[in-house]
Design a protein around this ligand. Structure first.
Ligand code: GDP
Length: 315
């Protein structure tokens, strides 16, 4: 069995963890958003790839949702006290090691795909094939005032989502090539799952890379989307502002509109059963369950539910 998940950071990583626990070696692929990557202090940082890696390795700080648990922040503190106040992006000391090593390997000429493979291997994650959506630079840019665009992390972390979202563009997407194995992975999958991630800020960038949306459309595998919006709101993060800003209703129905004609099965949360008919009218087969993943058991349960609704079972 081959499963491919399209993932952002926190919400995506939770579901990926569920699949990781029930699947065998070489069964799980993750195509991850790199639209909110950033460079800081000369280091190349991939927040979504890192959250997925740390989550699968059991290192993630679950309370914060990012970074390494029990990490210290000595380096950032020293930078702040001695040299610069450009410290809005919190990087713990352990986390820093990832960015330093990634940056070194990229400087040696390795692609981000290969670097990600190497990082995963070092973290003992040989069971998963985690890939960036592209080895090329794509940047999710948020329009916060007429014709003023800022990068996603600046919007999210530095400015704490205080600005309105007037528009979102994926800079560089039209020229970027999918990661070397991305299209082949999509084509050869039995199931492709769009994780409960921010549709516009996490999945949109992946779909914007030339060829990915088309391959997904043509792929023979069962395509499933899990709602990140429950009872008209995200569980965490600014997905509501992004959806509203791009003209989508902030609801599971709005999410279904966004993925329309790309996905076969829509996993709706049990708190939103009243939306089932309207989502079915968009052409989906709708399946209802509790999609809130707090414990590992919740993650595994939802993964198994997705496999069953797709007509497959983990061995
Ligand atoms: P980010 O890149 O760190 O913002 O993370 P993602 O884009 O992957 O995930 C953000 C989205 O995940 C938000 O819209 C949340 O509502 C959603 N989310 C987080 N946890 C859960 C969960 O347990 N269940 C569901 N259904 N959605 C979740």
């Amino acid at each position: 069995m081959k499963i491919t998940t399209l993932s952002g950071g926190v919400g995506g990583a939770k579901l990926v963890k569920g699949f990781y626990d029930i699947l065998n070696e070489n069964e799980l692929n993750v195509i991850c958003n790199t639209g909110d990557d950033l460079e800081l202090f000369g280091l190349y940082i991939c927040p979504d790839l890192d959250i997925v890696m740390y989550t699968l390795a059991g290192l993630v700080d679950e309370e914060k949702g990012w970074g390494v648990k029990n990490d210290t922040f000595h380096c950032l503190k020293a930078l702040n006290e001695l040299y610069t106040r450009e410290n809005w992006f919190n990087i713990g000391d352990y986390d820093l090691a990832t960015h330093i090593y990634r940056t070194e390997l990229l400087a040696k000429g390795y692609s981000l795909t290969t670097v990600t493979e190497i990082l995963c291997k070092n973290l003992g994650l040989e069971k998963v094939n985690l890939q960036p959506m592209s080895d090329d630079r794509v940047r999710t840019m948020v329009m916060v005032k007429p014709n003023v665009y800022i990068p996603f992390q600046e919007y999210f972390v530095k400015r704490k989502c205080q600005d309105p979202v007037l528009n979102v563009v994926y800079e560089g997407a039209e020229k970027a090539k999918p990661g070397v194995k991305v299209l082949e992975t999509i084509t050869n999958s039995d199931i492709i799952v769009i994780c409960p991630s921010n549709p516009i800020a996490s999945i949109g960038p992946i779909l914007s890379v030339k060829g990915i949306r088309e391959h997904l459309k043509k792929a023979k595998g069962v395509k499933v989307a899990v709602t990140p919006i429950i009872q008209g709101a995200p569980l965490k993060g600014p997905a509501d502002k992004f959806m509203a800003g791009m003209g989508y209703q902030v609801s599971a129905l709005g999410v279904a509109e966004y993925y329309k004609s790309l996905v076969d099965i829509f996993i709706l949360d049990e708190r939103d059963t009243h939306l089932k008919n309207s989502i079915e009218k968009l052409g989906y087969s709708v399946h209802i369950t509790d999609t809130v993943m707090n414990s590992l058991n919740d993650k595994v349960k939802l993964s198994k539910f997705i496999l069953e609704t797709s007509g497959l079972k983990a061995e």
